[in-house]
Design a protein around this ligand. Structure first.
Ligand code: P6P
Length: 346
């Protein structure tokens, strides 16, 4: 009997094969994605040890090896920034952990054509209770001339200019999912060989789902349209496409990843006290909006496509509604109905 060909493509092999189908490609984006995969593996090692902090020492202390222990999100930030700075594809980064963007001021970096924006470790508040956390990244072509230092303009681009976007979810297994305009692919880390292996080729977001994700604790501070949609979800039965399930982990990467695979809708709406919500546009909403749209889903801020929002500040926040196309259509209907009612009865 012929041996079953169980060759599984690693991330490196996949990106190199993608290059073969794009003769015009320079390989810089593939190299950048491989660099991100390397940093993700290093972060994964530390995230998996987080429960041993007492042995390793808490952030700000010195561990048994006499090393300064950094907070995991600072450690993650430094890992991603480091591999990109030492690489050949990235001219600079912006990060949730850094007040300002960082231009890489060396000859090779100044001549690189991409910039990256990161949330190095989203949901890091969940680390000490062993809940899944993640890294989120977005890749853009720089707007400023090659050879010159990057400027804020290179980072304040709308999400529809993204070249690639992705995330790493450090969960029951560690997965790297990234999208280009050609598709969304998921790679699961195989610890036995230390490689991300293609496990979820060509991910598509189911058009309909029965999972909705929202923090019910803020319910009475949501707009009437959001409340109307939540009530609609709670009233779903077998007769009208339900019943729905509410799932909210409190870690965006884990919630959106589950809904991307199974179908569902995640929302972090604005509230009466925080009208722009909590999530960041540039390195949380935009990357996920790009990924979900490429996979066939929809992402808005409640009134506008997330990818069309023109950024004005590096760390600006935005309400976010993202997920299955059919569920998003029902949500938007609820928002429109309440908006129409409010305009008639302000
Ligand atoms: P809340 C984690 O802190 C995070 O930024 C997202 O990962 C997550 O979806 C959200 O905040 C949870 O916020 O207010 O519901 O606890």
């Amino acid at each position: 009997m012929n041996a079953v060909n169980r060759t599984v493509l690693t991330l490196d092999e996949f990106t190199i094969q993608s290059l073969r189908t794009l003769p015009s490609a320079t390989g810089e984006l593939s190299t950048l994605l491989r660099d991100i995969g390397l940093a993700a593996k290093r972060v994964n090692v530390e995230v998996n040890k987080a429960g041993l902090v007492d042995i390793l020492g808490d952030a700000g202390s010195v561990n048994v090896q006499g090393e300064d222990v950094k907070k995991l999100d600072i450690y993650a930030n430094n890992q991603f920034m480091g591999v990109l700075q030492r690489g050949v594809s990235c001219a600079g980064i912006a990060s949730e952990e850094l007040d300002e963007f960082v231009g890489f001021d060396d000859e090779v970096s100044r001549n690189s054509k991409y910039v990256c924006l990161f949330d190095p470790l989203d949901g890091s508040g969940n680390i000490d209770v062993n809940v899944s956390i993640g890294t989120i990244f977005a890749v853009y072509r720089r707007l400023t001339p090659l050879g010159s230092p990057v400027t804020l303009e290179d980072f304040l681009q709308p999400g529809n200019k993204q070249v690639a976007a992705g995330y790493v979810v450090y969960g029951s297994s560690t997965m790297l999912v990234y999208a280009t305009r050609r598709g969304v692919n998921g790679f699961t880390l195989d610890p036995s060989i230390g490689e991300f292996c293609l496990s979820h080729p060509d991910i598509k977001c189911p058009e309909q789902g029965t999972i909705y994700s929202v923090n019910h604790g803020h319910f009475f501070r949501y707009d009437d349209g959001v409340k109307k949609y939540i009530n609609t979800c709670q009233n779903k039965t077998k007769e009208n496409g339900g019943p729905y399930t509410q799932r909210y982990i409190g870690s965006m990467v884990a919630d959106v990843h589950r809904n991307l695979i199974k179908g569902g809708l995640f929302m972090y709406p604005g509230t009466t006290d925080k009208p722009r919500g909590k999530l960041r546009l540039l390195y949380e909403a935009n990357p996920f909006a790009f990924i979900v749209e490429v996979a066939g889903g929809v992402a808005t801020n409640g009134s506008q496509r997330i990818l069309d929002v023109e950024p004005t500040q590096l760390h600006q926040r935005t309400p976010l509604f993202i997920g299955s196309k059919g569920m998003m259509a029902e949500l938007e209907s609820c928002l429109r109905q309440e908006s129409a009612t409010e305009s008639v009865n302000p």
